[in-house]
Design a protein around this ligand. Structure first.
Ligand SMILES: NC(=O)C1=CN([C@@H]2O[C@H](COP(=O)(O)OP(=O)(O)OC[C@H]3O[C@@H](n4cnc5c(N)ncnc54)[C@H](O)[C@@H]3O)[C@@H](O)[C@H]2O)C=CC1
Ligand SMILES: O=C(O)CCC(=O)C(=O)O
Length: 417
């Protein structure tokens, strides 16, 4: 999925952010080479028996980007665009994200390149199990731990955990984001959206904005977008627009999130929620709202629409929603972009809490989870703001510098360099 305007692939785009930080930090070429590349990439065939009894083969990937700071960690997505390059990009982002929020993991990501709309529940289960089985020889509770991402959820993690356990002996710590009944952590489901809104609260306060004066548009109403909408509204922000793959809805006075959730439950989409106006996903991105939160797929803000963005601030809840050339346009226009490796890091932070609970065979209360999440998010937010202000750079550059510095230090201490 190359960005049209720049022709940079997602991995090239993320690597460009790394190189910019490496330049600013004056990293040696040997360090650069190690940190820019991926440690291990595997591609597996996942044969699938379809509804009509026929067979088809899809491909799955697991990319382990860097493990200097701890076991590889990252979600797995099922999507037709999840090719090797996209999975590499997402694995690299995990390395920088885990370093920025200071959880003791490296970075990895997985993907199965399939259109999830073509799968029945039975096929999704068989595919999840087969994928886990095919990659299981490179993962482990202290080697590489999976989690949900686009089109995967707690149920997917339950199947994967079960499949891994059949071969290797049961260990809940092999995946995070699993159902609470199977050792999942309280608060993991909401964690990415909650972390996003923790950042929103801090950023709004830094701008001197009162929540009731802040309108918010959110693209994507899955795990991340729906929790972000709910929690933003609970905090008094005016959520004026949300969308999903089928389209968007708008209400200038603020959406009734209960009504949106009901519509989602009953129809599988937010579209046509009573009392709202229809908008397209393209319109949502350029909507006149104070804050735009992309919470769906990557590369939705590009050079072709960045000059039409009306929001004063963008919180990247999705991974890599802004292409590098769009990033430059937004910076020139004075629009604050809070980067993905900060904004959506709440998910992996609570995954870390889940993993430690599993290893210690102990359970935390939801309050403890949320308090600790806040501690990690607030520390990362402050570090990013302070460095950006001190060195007069964008928040993405600041976040990458902090992360790259930490990973480079770990790699050196381990003797990789
Ligand atoms: N689930 C998690 O804990 C984390 C997720 N993320 C990122 O957040 C983003 C969303 O992930 P989830 O909410 O987990 O996925 P999800 O699968 O639960 O939800 C995805 C949402 O995006 C919508 N969507 C899909 N294609 C679209 C399109 N072309 N235009 C507009 N909307 C579209 C879907 O309809 C759905 O509402 C992804 O970029 C993911 O990598 C980042 C950190 C953690
Ligand atoms: O919770 C995790 O381990 C990873 C979540 C993820 O894939 C992400 O942050 O992009």
């Amino acid at each position: 999925m190359a960005s049209e305007s720049t022709k940079l692939t997602p991995f090239e785009a993320v690597t460009a952010c790394f190189h910019r930080a490496a330049d600013q930090l004056g990293l040696k070429d040997t360090t650069r080479e190690l940190l820019a590349g991926t440690y291990r990439e595997i591609r597996v065939q996942v044969p699938l028996r379809s509804r009509d009894g026929g067979m088809r083969t899809v491909y799955g990937y697991r990319v382990q980007h860097n493990g200097a700071r701890g076991p590889y960690k990252g979600g797995v997505r099922f999507h037709q665009h999840a090719d090797l390059d996209e999975v590499r990009a997402l694995a690299s982002l995990m390395t920088w994200k885990t370093a920025l929020v200071d959880v003791p993991f490296g970075g990895a990501k997985g993907g199965v390149q399939v259109d999830p709309n073509t799968l029945s529940e039975g096929e999704a289960e068989r595919m999840s199990r087969r994928y886990m089985s095919q990659v299981s020889y490179v993962i482990g509770e202290r080697r590489d731990i999976m989690a949900p991402d686009v089109n995967t959820d707690a149920q997917t993690m339950a199947w994967m955990m079960d499949e891994y356990g059949r071969k290797n002996g049961h260990t809940p710590a092999i995946v995070t984001g699993k159902p609470v009944e199977l050792g999942g952590s309280k608060g993991r489901d909401a964690a990415t959206g909650r972390g996003t809104i923790m950042v929103l609260i801090k950023a709004a306060a830094d701008h001197g904005w009162r929540p009731e004066d802040v309108s918010v548009a959110i693209q994507g109403y899955g795990n991340v977008g729906s929790w972000a909408a709910r929690l933003a509204a609970d905090e008094g922000f005016r959520v004026v627009a949300v969308s999903d793959a089928y389209g968007g809805i708008y209400s200038g006075g603020g959406l009734d999130i209960d009504a949106v959730d009901t519509q989602m439950r009953e129809t599988g989409s937010v579209v046509d929620t009573p009392g709202t106006d229809a908008i397209t996903n393209e319109e949502l991105v350029t909507l006149d709202a104070t804050v735009l939160i992309p919470a769906a797929l990557g590369e939705v803000i590009t050079a072709s629409n960045a000059d039409q963005v009306s929001a004063r601030m963008i919180l990247e809840a999705a991974n890599h929603p802004v292409t590098p050339d769009a990033d430059d346009i937004l910076a020139d226009r004075g629009i604050d972009v809070l980067p993905d490796i900060l904004v959506n890091a709440g998910g992996v932070t609570v995954s870390y809490f889940e993993w430690t609970q599993n290893l210690q065979e102990f359970k935390w209360s939801e309050k403890q989870v949320n308090d600790e999440l806040y501690r990690h998010m607030a520390a990362a937010y402050t570090a990013v703001q302070e460095r950006a202000a001190k060195e007069n750079m964008t928040q993405r550059q600041s976040a990458f510098q902090i992360a790259v510095e930490r990973v480079a230090t770990a790699a050196k201490l381990r003797g990789y360099l």
